[in-house]
Write a protein that binds this ligand. Structure first.
Ligand code: UT7
Length: 323
């Protein structure tokens, strides 16, 4: 018998405010055509006055709990991936714990920027397979609209807000690739590239700062590193490209998504794509895409999923799981 972290429920939350590309044309030297052609993004959701990272994360967690048929008292831990927690501390995860009315267990944030959700999944998996938690809510939630420089056309048209969540549960598997749950993980970072994508504020400046990115440099790293990490995770899981039902990539740029799938030898008909509707929601993008893909009938019971993401750090990684 092998203990596996199996998905029991999924849910997401998107703020009600939808901004189409064309809206940026009023204030920036940009166009709907440029944004679509270079990134694949058509629209994104931005937080309203009522939305914070912890409130969106809570809504996504509630939705995932409902899907799982569980309540907050059934949960042992909350692992929340975010780079835009409401406050420097306490963690957004403890705010979610309080909002859910969960008075036991433990909660913490994971900060690996756009790779945050794969890092959070890997952490939750480790908690479950080591017997430290039986059920874990894994959330990705971001309010990147709060760290946008609205005069910088090279970044502010790319990002969006939202949250997605999975409920993972310890279940016995046979220890084979046919098992449900997380089959393998791969995490990487290389701090030498930290200046390619960062926020120019924090406790050292006394400001929350704005996102700065050398997009074309990140792009160059992305396809190569994403295909490599996915390959490593697939080898660890003992699966090959032809067995993969869905790639659920980080949704930053359709050209990165296409390039990575091609390098992996997997057709775009097997890729869950939400970048056109959500933009880049950083750590929220993969759970949002999983939730949308599950609800629209793409992801079915027993399907083999490969997630992959890269972002600031640089940090990148991949998780292979069977639904
Ligand atoms: O999620 C975390 C990881 N992040 C990513 O994965 C993002 C990776 N990078 C990208 O997705 C792409 O590099 C971008 C979408 C950010 C940019 O696409 P690109 O094809 O790499 O364009 P570029 O940065 O090389 O810029 C090309 C031109 C430049 O003008 P010049 O120097 O050629 O005259 C930019 O100034 O496009 C210009 N430009 C814009 N033009 C209109 C940059 N932003 C805009 C804009 N509208 N919004």
């Amino acid at each position: 018998m092998t203990l596996r972290a199996v998905v029991r429920g999924v849910g997401h939350y998107l703020p009600s405010r939808v901004v189409e590309n064309a809206e940026f044309e009023a204030t920036l030297d940009t166009s709907d055509e440029w944004i679509r052609a270079r990134s694949g993004i058509e629209r994104r959701h931005f937080a309203t006055e009522d939305d914070t990272t912890s409130s969106m994360a809570t809504a996504a967690a509630r939705s995932a709990l409902e899907d799982a048929g569980l309540g907050p008292d059934d949960i042992d831990a909350i692992v929340l991936a975010t780079s835009t927690a409401d406050l420097t501390f306490p963690s957004a995860a403890t705010m979610v714990q309080d909002k859910l009315g969960m008075t036991r267990g433990f909660a913490f944030d994971v900060q690996a920027v756009c790779a945050g959700f794969v890092y959070a999944l890997a952490n939750a998996n480790a908690l479950i397979v080591s017997g430290q938690a039986k059920r874990v809510i894994v959330i990705g939630a971001e309010t990147f609209s709060k760290i946008m420089d609205w005069t910088d056309r090279s970044t502010c048209v790319l990002f969006g807000d939202g949250a997605g969540a999975l409920v993972l549960e310890a279940q016995d598997g046979a220890g084979t690739k046919a098992d449900r749950g997380i089959l393998a993980t791969d995490l990487n970072s290389d701090g030498r590239h930290r200046d390619l994508l960062y926020v120019d504020g924090g406790v050292s400046t006394g400001t929350s700062g704005y996102l700065r990115m050398q997009g074309n440099q990140v792009f160059r790293h992305a396809v190569e590193k994403l295909a490599a990490t996915a390959q490593t995770a697939m080898e660890r899981a003992g699966v090959t490209a032809d067995e993969v039902d869905w790639i659920v990539p980080h949704q930053a740029n359709i050209r990165i998504i296409q390039g990575t799938a091609k390098k992996m030898g997997i057709g775009m008909d097997k890729v869950v794509v939400t970048v056109q509707d959500h933009g880049n929601t950083s750590a929220a993008s993969i759970p949002l895409a999983i939730s949308v893909g599950r609800k629209n009938g793409q992801i079915k019971d027993g399907d083999l999923l490969v997630t992959e993401a890269i972002g600031g750090g640089l940090a990148w990684g991949s998780v292979v799981l069977r639904w």
